[in-house]
Design a protein around this ligand. Structure first.
Ligand code: ADP
Ligand code: MG
Length: 334
């Protein structure tokens, strides 16, 4: 008998459904993970074995093989711990397989079975709903973020033992209900009304804001360029829910969502230092991650002391400024 649990990966800014298949194979007791896993996924073996034992369950004394499908998607990070552990529990016969149907499971395990934070939960929840999944088990800290997706039952999981108790019907976990009062107030450090004079600059900023244009400010030190730029987010229109979700998804993938802020309501204002690398600006890495340009999506990207930025850095701005899109291609994905 083979156990099958569904989980999710993040590729670029999108979630991809991953099937975690767990089965017995011939060999000495232990566990093998296949399906393009990175080092963190390989280390799942140790965490899962210990966490299952510490949840008070017997770890099967067989060789277990775990397949993460589709094999073409690179699996990174520790968030497959929980689905793998659940697969082992189902395979060992502690849970009937129909308990985990229509369900997405995400989370890193610590050795004592506590479920830890996962990156990119919001895009995963979006994908889960788009693929017709009904339920999602996520780390407790990430439940508010996942619950931004309507029509999806979100269960916050504290420990592996709690998840087992829930699925076996011994002690149920309450689904997370998004509270509407958790919306943070809109906040801008500088208000446009605090700016004295400079009417022509303010007019230019208003035109740029309305039309979504770029602005180049030139002037002597102390003329107020930095102050004017910092006041800009204050005159951007209030973000719609769709726009907020767009921005939040990017921050979720970059793992930069502020604690206690499931949904970003205000326009981002990014002001990278001029020593930033071009990869830091446009994004990059072996498995591409968003950079400052993406993090400024629907907000303001402010390059203070513009001439100090490296030539290469300024050159890579050219294509995103023309196309309004950043595409990063690596062997492992775009
Ligand atoms: N139009 C203005 N209204 C209010 N304060 C201003 C104005 N212009 C400049 N200042 C103040 O002068 C100081 C220098 O401004 P800053 O924005 O740092 O100038 P710059 O970036 O052009 O060198 C800041 O403390 C800012 O608060
Ligand atoms: Mg300045």
């Amino acid at each position: 008998m083979l156990a099958r649990i569904f989980s999710c990966a993040v590729v670029g800014l999108e979630g991809v459904v991953i099937e975690v298949e767990v089965d017995y194979t011939n060999g000495l007791p232990g566990m093998t993970i296949v399906g393009l896993p990175d080092a963190a996924v390989q280390e799942s073996r140790e965490r899962v074995q210990t966490a299952v034992k510490n949840a008070g369950l017997h770890f099967p004394r067989h060789r277990i093989v775990v397949n993460l499908a589709p094999a073409s998607v690179r699996k990174e990070g520790p968030s497959y711990d929980l689905p793998i552990a659940l697969g082992v529990i189902v395979l060992a016969g502690f849970l009937p397989p129909d308990k985990v149907e229509n369900t997405i499971v995400i989370g890193e395990l610590s050795l004592d079975g506590v479920v830890r934070h996962a990156r990119g939960v919001l895009p995963m929840a979006t994908t889960a709903r788009a693929n017709g999944f009904k339920r999602m088990f996520v780390p407790e800290v990430d439940a508010p973020e996942a619950a931004l997706m309507p029509d999806l039952e979100i269960f916050p999981v504290k420990t592996l033992a709690d998840l087992f108790d829930h699925l076996s019907g011994r002690r149920l976990i309450d689904p997370y209900i998004a509270s509407t009062d958790s919306l943070e107030p809109l906040f801008t450090p500088t208000d446009f009304s605090e700016l004295k004079g400079q009417e022509h600059v303010k007019r230019a900023l208003e035109v740029a804001t309305a039309g979504g244009h770029n602005v180049l400010m030139v002037g002597s030190p102390g003329a107020g360029k930095t102050l004017l730029a910092r006041a800009l987010p204050g005159i951007l229109p209030v973000m719609s829910l769709e726009e907020s979700l767009d921005v939040t998804r990017i921050y979720s993938v970059a793992d930069q969502l502020p604690a206690g802020t499931p949904l970003i309501r205000h326009h981002p204002f990014r002001s990278p230092h001029h020593t930033i690398s071009h990869a830091g600006l446009v994004g990059g890495g072996n498995i591409p991650k968003p950079g400052e340009i993406s993090l400024a999506h629907r907000g303001v990207l402010f390059l203070d002391e513009f001439p100090e930025f490296g030539t290469r850095v300024l050159e890579v701005m050219r294509q995103p400024m023309e196309d309004k899109v950043v595409t990063i291609s690596r062997a492992k994905g775009s």
